[in-house]
Design a protein around this ligand. Structure first.
Ligand code: ZN
Length: 113
């Protein structure tokens, strides 16, 4: 017979916080690896992140979401970003300053209704 032990709410909250802090620390460390070995392609708010193995995930910069299983099953419920989201944010901060002259002009076509 198994019984699920219920923790007092304040203990549960402390455990949850500690766990999500650990999760975040781990992903912050992994994000560095993502920046160096993954490929990034930006489409406005959406960034396609491609792993060295060819796996592709879609990061939404403004929402801070990702399509990887880690984000869906662990990070989103815990309220933290996955390593891809962290990597994209770190990269943006570094790249967006003074990087002029790329072929991507971000052209915006206006349609007259
Ligand atoms: Zn992810």
């Amino acid at each position: 017979m198994k019984s699920i032990q219920r923790l007092p709410p304040e203990v549960q909250a402390a455990v949850d916080t500690a766990l999500s802090e650990d999760m975040l620390a781990l992903r912050l460390a992994r994000a560095q690896q993502v920046i160096t070995s993954y490929r990034f392609r930006s489409f406005g708010d959406i960034v396609i992140v491609t792993s060295p193995e060819g796996k592709k995930y879609r990061v939404n910069k403004s929402l801070g979401t990702c399509t990887c299983p880690d984000f869906l099953y662990r990070c989103a419920p815990a309220g933290i970003p996955c390593k891809h989201v962290i990597a994209v944010r770190k990269r943006e901060r570094r790249v967006s300053v003074g990087g002029k002259g790329g072929h991507d002009t971000g052209s915006r076509e206006q349609e007259a209704a």
